[in-house]
Design a protein around this ligand. Sequence first.
Ligand SMILES: [Zn+2]
Length: 163
Amino acid sequence: MEISKDKVVQVHYRLEVDGELVDQSQGDPLTYLHGHNNMIPGFERQLEGLKSGEKYAFTVEPTEGYGERNDEAVADLDIEIFKVDGELSDQVTPGAQLQMRNEHGHPLMGTVLEIGDSHVQMDFNHMLAGKTLNFSGSVESVRDASAEEISHGHVHGPGGHHH
Ligand SMILES: [Zn+2]
């Protein structure tokens, strides 16, 4: 069975960026429903048509990955936001990833760039924005999704949602 829309796919993967291993499946393979925007577009597009047992290696450009970097996503925020009882939290160090909320209350991950006297410069670009992604791995299994999985847009059971 080939990978195509509405298939439940299990893959092992390695992701290398700039020659460094950034992420990989650990133990269990990654399980996802293909064709429902659960993965970045370039990943799904290049897995399309592969069968169980096949190995793969391909490159995903930023436009089909995490997008280009946006300079407007870098912001100087009032340092008071980062203080607890008047003290700067230990978690606020350059390079640290912090979960914050935007003005609508939605969670947003940001990276601390610089800490000044009155402001903290945060980068809300995705860590992999602007990066060329090198994926390699193997297809472990491909099966038809159930009607319920397709209507929910995600996988149920092992490796998926339990609800
Ligand atoms: Zn569901």
